[in-house]
Write a protein that binds this ligand. Structure first.
Ligand SMILES: [Zn+2]
Length: 523
């Protein structure tokens, strides 16, 4: 049995991490590493296995000499005997793996690859092999190359089965074969699911319900791509960068371009600190909500126009979606490459496209604010329609009472409101105007919305429904008020529970007032 004496190797490896030459991400793994290295024992490297690097030690059967050699010897260096035999054992797997950063680059020759790729920037691995592999690569690198093998070590958790058990060969019931998952859901979907799983360095359970959601996300991206490509048949073949004419940009264009700059800036920061889960969530929300659900919907009416407006919309769709493909590429390499190739583009592959840089000149806080108003009004009207049970395909009329500046925003963007919430008639009036009679209402950022739904919903039935809702709320309000008036409860229950009940009561008060005022509209 052969051993490696560890203390002399460990000392520089400890120093490299203490001095910050090598950095662990997340930082807490530094402690684990140092703890192991400071308490290290000599390392038995003999293994009785068939496969592996054989131990480079020979024994002479005549003079009993033990010797090592770089090249396979033919005779004993001591007595010249040819009766020599190599140690039958092989090196511990981790001994060979520890040489990986340089042995794969042609070491001990000083090759071009070795010069270029050693040391490397970042090593990514799981937390369970920090000692087995990471620590050993560090001290072997320092010993044989005289330099650390990498600057940063990114540690991720393990993928556990759905019950939180570690997958293991000896317990087949815990095994999930990634190839099966890929067949069923696609490679990119699996990859994205794992990336969004959890905070960096923490284990995650593999749950099929979650991967279903991400598959929907993949489909959403495909559908967006199909929609965009379908609308590019008259789009000119591009020469150079897309140059937008600021005068022709719609509110939605300005909004999505501005939001994209913020997303790029945030994404770059997240990537710098290896917040891969956070970045995946950021892209998911931006693509799903802002790009697909809002921007594409708002682009639709403009694509139906002709000339400059249609062309600008096409440009913005291509420009923004292409950058989205670049941002998403590290997570979904196949889908993004396929789509990027189909979009008008320059260059050979998305893999070689530059990571986008945020352009502060394109930030447009005003557009974001105005768009926020349009979005909130849209949501409010959708809620009213749903509450009133209005058929989704049915066009209705809306009256807005607003201050002058908001009247202007509504007027400029009435096309969006018409399309997004199915309005066939829009009246925009001063907030001083007479309030319409029987109508369902909502208030958004000071804008009063009236939907005169008479003739479409049974107003009397609706009044009865509201009355019933009101008495339910009243009952609940009384119950909670009594509970909170009870000395016993307030003093004995944990403060967090009491606070929760208080919050509940406050929410109910608001709902109550809302329903009550709506009921007034019906009387
Ligand atoms: Zn000998």
């Amino acid at each position: 049995q052969w051993f490696v004496k560890m203390k002399p190797l460990a000392a520089p490896a400890i120093k490299a991490v203490q001095d910050g030459e090598i950095r662990f991400v997340p930082e807490r793994f530094t402690k684990i590493y140092l703890n192991w290295m400071e308490n290290i024992r000599d390392w038995c490297i003999s293994r009785q296995l068939w496969w592996g690097h054989r131990i480079p030690v020979w024994y002479c059967q005549d003079c009993q000499a033990e010797f090592t050699a770089h090249q396979e010897p033919t005779v004993c260096p001591q007595c010249g005997s040819e009766k020599i035999e190599q140690d039958p054992d092989v090196l511990d797997t981790w001994f060979s793996s520890a040489l990986w950063p340089f042995s794969t680059m042609g070491w001990p020759e000083n090759t071009e690859e070795l010069k270029h790729f050693y040391p490397t920037a970042v090593l990514v691995t799981a937390r369970d092999i920090i000692f087995f592999w990471v620590a050993r690569m560090i001290f072997m690198g320092l010993e044989f190359m005289g330099e650390k093998p990498f600057h940063e070590v990114l540690i991720h958790g393990l993928v556990l089965d759905k019950d939180g058990k570690k997958m293991s060969k000896s317990r087949p019931e815990t095994n999930i074969d990634p190839l099966d998952v890929i067949d069923k859901y696609g490679t990119d979907t699996l990859r994205f699911t794992l990336a969004t799983g959890t905070a960096l360095g923490q284990d995650q359970r593999f749950q099929l319900e979650k991967i279903d959601g991400i598959r929907n996300f993949s489909n959403k991206i495909w559908n967006a791509a199909r929609f965009i490509l379908m609308n590019l048949e008259d789009y000119p073949v591009e020469q150079g960068e897309i140059k937008l004419d600021p005068a022709t940009l719609s509110l939605a264009d300005r909004y999505i371009i501005s939001r994209l700059q913020r997303v790029i800036a945030e994404a770059s920061m997240m990537l710098d600190r290896y917040d891969l889960g956070g970045l995946a969530n950021l892209l998911y929300d931006f693509i799903w909500n802002e790009f697909c659900d809002w921007y594409i919907e708002m682009a639709k009416p403009l694509l139906k126009t002709e000339g400059k407006k249609r062309y600008t919309t096409q440009q913005v769709l291509v420009k923004v979606f292409r950058q989205i493909m670049v941002l998403l590429h590290p997570y979904m390499p196949f889908i993004t490459e396929e789509i990027w190739q189909a979009l008008p583009h320059q260059g050979e592959t998305v893999m070689l496209a530059h990571w986008p840089a945020a352009d502060d000149q394109l930030l447009d806080p005003l557009a974001e604010k105005e768009m926020g108003l349009i979005m909130n009004i849209t949501r409010a009207i959708r809620n009213i329609r749903a509450d009133a049970g209005v058929d989704p395909g049915r066009k209705v009329e809306a009256i807005f009472l607003a201050e002058e500046d908001k009247q202007k925003i509504l007027t400029e963007n009435r096309l969006y409101l018409e399309t997004l919430v199915g309005l066939n008639k829009i009246e925009i009036q001063s907030d001083k105007a007479v309030k319409p009679g029987k109508a369902m209402t909502a208030v958004v950022e000071g804008v009063e919305i009236y939907l005169p739904l008479a003739g479409m919903v049974e107003l009397e039935l609706e009044a009865k429904r509201l009355q019933k809702e009101l008495s339910t709320l009243e009952g609940e309000r009384k119950r909670l008020a009594a509970k909170l008036a009870n000395e016993q409860f307030v003093t004995k229950a944990p403060p967090i529970v009491v606070e929760k009940e208080r919050q509940k009561l406050a929410d109910i008060e608001i709902d109550y007032e809302k329903v009550k005022s709506r009921l007034v509209e019906f009387s």
